[in-house]
Design a protein around this ligand. Structure first.
Ligand code: PAF
Length: 283
């Protein structure tokens, strides 16, 4: 079985032993409820380094009080089995007291890339993510850390933090894993009813249509409005954003046709019943 450690001391001891033996180490931070998307991150890490460490920690600091921290799916035995099947070497599964001991007072906050989109919809979110990811990178001292492009803004935020704080790690982005119909894999897809799951495919479909439209010269604003209307017609009750943004700094593109040389990324978040789905695609 994949070995499980629960303390920073045990984690560091193992990682330092590997490094002393000349083996590079990759970290895959997760909140558990693992699916094929997470396992694809492990497999990508294995193509670059000898040893892989997955962390599973449902981070309370990135959930607002009204959000789904309590309901978030958990299952360590299943997660450990999946990591074992993917050939992951170590599972770091700390409890909340190990990560945030009594008196914990530090938060990593950023400006810029963390502010629009998810940052506007979930004001506490990126502070919580940046804090826990910075801790994990300092705790594990990996050579690389792999994050899914599914959470594209999170990936850009983590790139910014590691650059700003000179953390000695290479951040690797991994392509979004999708179900056969195109829906991005997400632990939160488990919340969807059968009917909602069938309707959810409207999200990637609306995004592909919007990208095809702007590539054919449509105005960005018009393509965004059509995408939102398509989602509402498919039963989404609220669209938080459906925006073409610069792929690097996530500044707004449009309202007119894309200028040549633009590096657009379409990012979307929308509610289907009680479930908030996010997705993004290069355009
Ligand atoms: O993407 C996630 O699962 C989480 O935001 C992360 C990066 C593990 C931090 O808690």
């Amino acid at each position: 079985m994949t070995r499980i450690v629960r303390t920073v001391a045990e984690l560091r001891e193992q990682v330092r032993a590997w490094k002393a033996a000349g083996e590079q180490v990759g970290l895959i931070p997760t909140m558990g409820a693992l699916h094929d998307g997470h396992l694809s991150l492990v497999r990508l890490a294995q193509t670059k380094v000898k040893r892989t460490v997955a962390s599973v920690f449902v981070n309370p600091k990135q959930f607002a009080p009204h959000e789904d921290f309590d309901a978030y799916p958990r299952g360590e035995t299943r997660d450990a089995q999946l990591l074992e099947s993917a050939g992951c070497d170590l599972l770091f599964a700390p409890n909340a007291a190990e990560m945030y001991p009594q008196g914990f007072s530090t938060t990593i906050n950023l400006t810029g890339v963390s502010e629009p989109l998810e940052g506007a919809a979930r004001p506490q979110f990126f502070g919580g993510v940046a804090t826990v990811v910075t801790k994990l990178l300092i705790q594990a001292e990996p050579d690389i850390a792999v994050f899914g492009e599914k959470d594209y803004q999170q990936l850009q935020v983590i790139r910014r933090v590691t650059r700003d704080l000179d953390l000695p790690v290479e951040i690797v982005g991994a392509p979004t894993a999708r179900a056969e119909d195109g829906l991005a894999l997400s632990s939160r897809n488990a919340y969807l009813s059968t009917e909602e799951r069938a309707a959810a495919v409207a999200l990637p479909n609306a995004m592909k249509a919007a990208i095809a439209a702007v590539q054919a010269g449509e105005r960005v604003e018009t393509a965004e409005a059509a995408g939102k209307a398509a989602l509402e017609a498919a039963g989404f009750r609220q669209v938080d954003y459906f925006d073409f943004r610069d792929a690097d700094d996530l500044s707004r593109l449009g309202p007119d046709a894309l200028p040549s040389g633009a590096r657009p990324r379409l990012l979307a978040a929308a509610w289907l019943g009680k479930t908030r789905l996010i997705d993004n695609m290069g355009a």
